[in-house]
Each structure stands twice: as structure tokens, then as C-alpha cells.
Design a protein around this ligand. Structure first.
Ligand code: NA7
Length: 522
């Protein structure tokens, strides 16, 4: 939405192709009970438009999905965006024509489109991962994936519901479904770390302060590591006394939010430091969950906190104290098949009326590679990225001229406040296109240089290795999708550093990019 707006402001003609029936992206599709943003609503808002900042008010500290979707709709109305968006239009492929420097974009319906520039904004978590479980076709109840939730909603009243998956989506959904259902059985493969959101009505004084200082706060977020307005601890977790450390974790736990992992500077750099935070959360789980065996099943072990995305919850661990919620540990008894009446594990069969798959996404590259994109010489992006994605600044790939990826692999994306990262990419791309046209005219081409791209990917890898992220066994590194190349996908150096590097590249005449004009007559 912001890219469309910025392109229009720069005088470009742009069309947006959108698979959904309306704006909202992830908030259009993820309509499951309990769905809300992990980033505080005030911060999960556009900063580029003072009118939008002034006019829109959030009701809660963390808005729920319907309110975020209303916000997206309001922005679309305010900027008149819908007239240039074709809804219900899923892109199937895009081919670069070397003769005229144009992209031809094909969709499931309608005639292909031709464009000089192709900008993808397909989301990092939009290609749903529905596990291929034997027997699913025979199931006689209803089943849904959290990321493809029916628009009319699902009423679980009186039902026996199975939930497969305990990532962010499962952790948000399970307490909400437990309020409705007769019984919820949770099938957990790997326990996750979660900290309390501490949600509630938005404090009007905070909203006033935020709106009065929007520009300064946006600058602060843009230059921070994560794009969040949190306190980034500057001391090592290991340099303070155990009492001081505990007090700091308690303070952050009771305040709620994403700031927990920023309590100390080295929680994502040193295993020993990380263990102090992980053990704190493990003890919290044991203190909340009354049944000892259930508590131990919920305690994450064998990996560092933060290497799977830290979840925020509202009443997640406490939900297991309800008599109508059962936890099944799939490490002890894996699912063997889905049967007409429910789920069979190696231990027993659970009769259920509905199954919810909160099983995540083919993250970061799934939606991009879901399209058949072909660059120079007809080379497929899928082939170019067969061993893992390769991109310069997470923005462009050698061999794919005039193709940009917003929050692509190799950019900070999912490690940060997405709105901050999206705004940075949009503004960089818009300036890049304007500079390109000024310098090379209406037949301009821009393409990443292979050497610059290789050096960038080395840098992305170095950062992953320097931090604990290099050890991540999660969707951050493709580990949740069978056969997907293992490589840490986002840039772990922080939005502030990343922005500095992107700006420097532009200031040096787009160093590392080849900029030319298509020859006359071509
Ligand atoms: P996640 O974080 O990828 O979580 C998916 C969960 O589903 C996770 O617990 C997985 O266990 C589990 N899973 C996946 N496949 C299976 C199978 N086949 N059997 C059993 N369990 C399975 O996705 P979310 O939607 O929760 O969150 C994604 C992001 O969206 C989130 O971080 C926010 O940014 C918003 P595993 O850990 O792989 O053993």
C-alpha cells in the first residue's frame, strides 16, 4: 500500500496485484480467534503520513486482527489506493524480456500485464504450511489453517477441537478457542518460549505523547536494532549479579512485550547469557502450570530463547490449568494419521470435531518462489535460489533486472518491526527509481552485481554466525519445511545498521548495482 502511494507521488503509474479480496495482507488472511499483533499498535502504524497518525486511534496496546484490518482499510480509503489495486488476482509468474527490458506478469485470471519495474510485496509469512498428514482427506469434521481462516468465522461452541502447532499462532489461538470449545487437545511438537503481552486498553496519555512526538519516535525506531521503541539493555547479562539480573527480567516480564530479549546486550550473542533468560522463562512456566508433568512438557529445552521467534501471549501457559485443555507431546507419541473421527498418535486416538493447523509458513521465500519468476536468459528464480536465496541488500538479485523485493531474504524483515522495515524499503526503492530515471531516462535498468550480491550474502551469514541465530532450527532458517535449503534468511545486524548501509550504497551512486539504459531501438 505504501509502495503504491510512494510511486504515485513520484509520478509513476503503478498497479498492485493482490490475491486477497481486499487490502490487509496477513491481517486479511489471519482471522483466527486470538489473532493480534506482537508489536504495540502505536508502533505498528505508518509513520509517513501525519494525517493518518492524527486521525487514527487504537483501542488496545496490542490491537486484534479486526482492528488492524480496519486500519489497513482506512489507509486505503484515505490515500485512495483501491482504484489501483486489482483484488482477487493471484500472480502466477513473471518473465523478463531482454529485448525491451519489460516484465510480463501473468495471473490466474485475466490478460498478462507489462511493466518496466516489478516490485514484490508478497509477505514473509504468507505461504501457509499445511502438513501432509496421511488420512487428512478422510477426516469427517472441519479443518482450518490459521493463515487461511474462513471470513465468516468458525464457531467452536460445544466442540472437541484439536490444535496442531504451538508457535505464535497456536499460542494466541489456544486460550481463545478454550473459551468456546467443549474440549481442546493441543498437539505440541516443540515447546516454544512465550512471554506475557500484558495487553489492555491503550493509555490515552501514551497515545497523546506518541502522536505529539511521532517524527522523533519514528527516527528513534529507524535507527534502533529492532525498530521497536523499547529499552535496549547495554550491559551483559553476565556482568551483573544474579539478583540484579532477576530483577531486570522480572521488570520486563511484568511490563510485557517484545522488550524481554533486549534486557541485556548479549542475550542473542552468548549461549551462557541466553541461558539466564531461558531459565527465567522456564521457571515462570513451572510456576504457572500446576500439573508437574504438563509443565515439564511445556518447558522448552535444547535450544536458546529467541532462535524460534519469541511469542507473546495472553493466558497461554495458564490455559493448561483448565480441565478441558489437554496437551499431547508429539515427541513422545507422534501423529501417525488422521482418521475420520480425529487424530491418531502412536499412543492413542483422539476423537475431535475440528482440527486447527497452526503449523506456520514456508517463510520468507515461500510466496516469492511460489511465483514462476524468470530473469535474464529465462533463468528461474527458483533455480537461481536452489541452494538458498541470494540477494544484494535483500532488495535485488543478479540476473533479475528491475525486480525488487520488499522485505526480501537478506534484509532485516521478520527480526524487526515489519512496518519500520517496510517503510525503509519502500522509501529506498522509490528514491532509487527516481534517481535511476533522472540519470538514465525512461529506458533505465538497474541490476545487482553478482560480486556485490555474493559479498552481501557472506555478510548476512557472518552476522548469523556472530549471533546465536546461526544455530536457529526454525522457520528463520528454513528448518520447518522438508527439503528447504538451510540458511539463516534474515539480516541480523539490525534496522539501524541496515539503513545506514542502504543509504551509503545510494549515496555512492548505487554501489554494487549496475545501472544502464536499454540501447535505443531495442
Ligand atoms: P510457527 O512459528 O512456524 O509455528 C508452527 C508450529 O507448528 C510449531 O510449533 C511447529 O512445530 C508446528 N508444526 C509444524 N508442522 C507440524 C507437523 N507436521 N506436526 C506437528 N506440529 C507441526 O508458525 P506460526 O503461524 O505460529 O507463527 C509464524 C509467525 O507468524 C510468528 O512468528 C509471527 O511472526 C506471526 P516445530 O517447532 O516445527 O517442531
Amino acid at each position: 500500500m505504501y509502495m503504491l502511494h510512494r510511486l504515485r507521488v513520484s509520478g509513476f503509474t503503478a498497479r498492485v496485484l493482490e490475491a486477497g479480496g481486499d487490502v490487509g495482507g496477513t491481517w486479511y488472511w489471519n482471522r483466527y480467534p486470538g489473532a493480534r499483533c506482537d508489536v504495540e499498535s502505536l508502533e505498528y502504524s505508518y509513520s509517513f503520513c501525519p494525517e493518518i497518525t492524527r486521525e487514527w486511534s487504537w483501542s488496545e496496546r496490542y490491537a486484534a486482527q479486526p482492528e488492524i484490518l480496519r486500519y489497513a482499510g482506512y489507509v486505503a480509503d484515505r490515500l485512495n489506493l483501491r482504484e489501483d489495486i486489482r483484488f482477487g488476482t493471484r500472480v502466477t509468474g513473471a518473465v523478463y524480456d531482454e529485448d525491451d527490458g519489460c516484465w510480463t506478469v501473468t495471473t490466474e485470471h485475466g490478460a498478462p500485464l507489462r511493466a518496466r519495474f516489478l516490485i514484490t510485496a508478497v509477505g514473509c509469512l504468507s505461504a501457509a504450511n499445511v502438513p501432509d498428514m496421511p488420512g487428512l482427506g478422510s477426516f469427517e469434521g472441519r479443518w482450518h489453517h490459521t493463515g487461511r481462516w474462513p471470513h465468516e468465522g468458525v464457531d467452536f461452541t460445544g466442540e472437541r477441537v484439536a490444535v496442531v502447532g504451538t508457535g505464535s499462532s497456536g499460542i494466541q489461538l489456544i486460550p481463545a478457542v478454550a473459551e468456546q470449545a467443549a474440549h481442546v487437545t493441543v498437539f505440541q511438537r516443540t515447546p516454544n518460549f512465550s512471554t506475557p503481552a500484558v495487553n489492555g486498553p491503550l493509555d490515552p496519555a501514551r497515545e497523546r505523547w506518541f502522536k505529539d512526538n511521532r517524527d522523533a519516535l519514528a527516527r528513534r525506531a529507524r535507527t534502533s536494532p529492532g525498530g521497536f521503541l523499547i529499552e535496549y539493555g547495554e550491559r551483559s547479562a553476565l556482568e551483573v549479579s544474579p539478583e540484579e539480573r532477576l530483577a531486570e527480567f522480572e521488570r520486563r516480564w511484568s511490563r510485557g512485550g517484545v522488550g524481554f530479549l533486549a534486557a541485556f546486550s548479549d542475550l542473542l550473542l552468548s549461549e551462557e547469557a541466553n541461558r539466564t533468560a531461558a531459565d527465567f522463562v522456564r521457571d515462570k512456566i513451572r510456576s504457572i502450570v500446576t500439573d508437574r508433568a504438563t509443565a515439564e512438557r511445556l518447558v522448552p529445552t535444547g535450544y536458546s530463547i529467541g532462535l524460534k521467534r519469541l511469542c507473546l501471549d495472553t493466558g497461554y501457559y495458564a490455559v493448561y490449568n483448565r480441565p478441558d485443555v489437554t496437551l499431547v507431546d508429539l515427541r513422545e507419541t507422534p501423529i501417525t494419521e488422521i482418521v475420520p473421527n480425529g487424530i491418531r498418535t502412536a499412543g492413542e486416538t483422539f476423537d475431535v470435531d475440528s482440527i486447527v493447523f497452526a503449523t506456520g509458513y514456508d517463510a520468507i521465500t515461500g510466496a516469492l518462489l511460489g511465483m514462476d519468476i524468470r530473469g535474464r536468459g529465462g533463468r528461474r528464480l527458483r533455480d537461481a535460489w536452489a541452494a538458498g536465496p541470494s540477494s544484494y541488500l535483500g532488495l535485488m538479485s543478479a540476473g533479475f533486472p528491475n525486480l525488487f523485493t520488499i522485505t526480501g531474504p537478506g534484509s532485516p524483515s521478520v527480526l524487526t518491526n515489519m512496518i519500520v522495515s517496510i517503510e525503509q524499503h519502500v522509501e529506498w526503492i522509490a528514491a532509487c527509481l527516481a534517481d535511476l530515471e533522472r540519470a538514465f531516462g525512461p529506458r533505465a535498468l538497474i541490476e545487482a552485481e553478482a560480486d556485490a550480491e555474493a559479498a552481501w550474502m557472506d555478510h548476512v551469514r557472518e552476522l548469523a554466525e556472530f549471533t546465536l541465530y546461526g544455530r536457529a532450527e526454525s522457520w528463520y532458517s528454513g528448518a520447518n519445511i522438508a527439503g528447504k535449503p538451510r540458511t539463516f534468511l534474515p539480516y541480523a545486524g539490525g534496522v539501524g545498521n541496515y539503513r545506514t548501509m542502504c543509504d551509503r550504497v545510494a549515496a555512492r551512486g548505487y554501489e554494487g548495482f549496475l545501472r544502464t539504459a536499454l540501447p535505443e531501438g531495442a
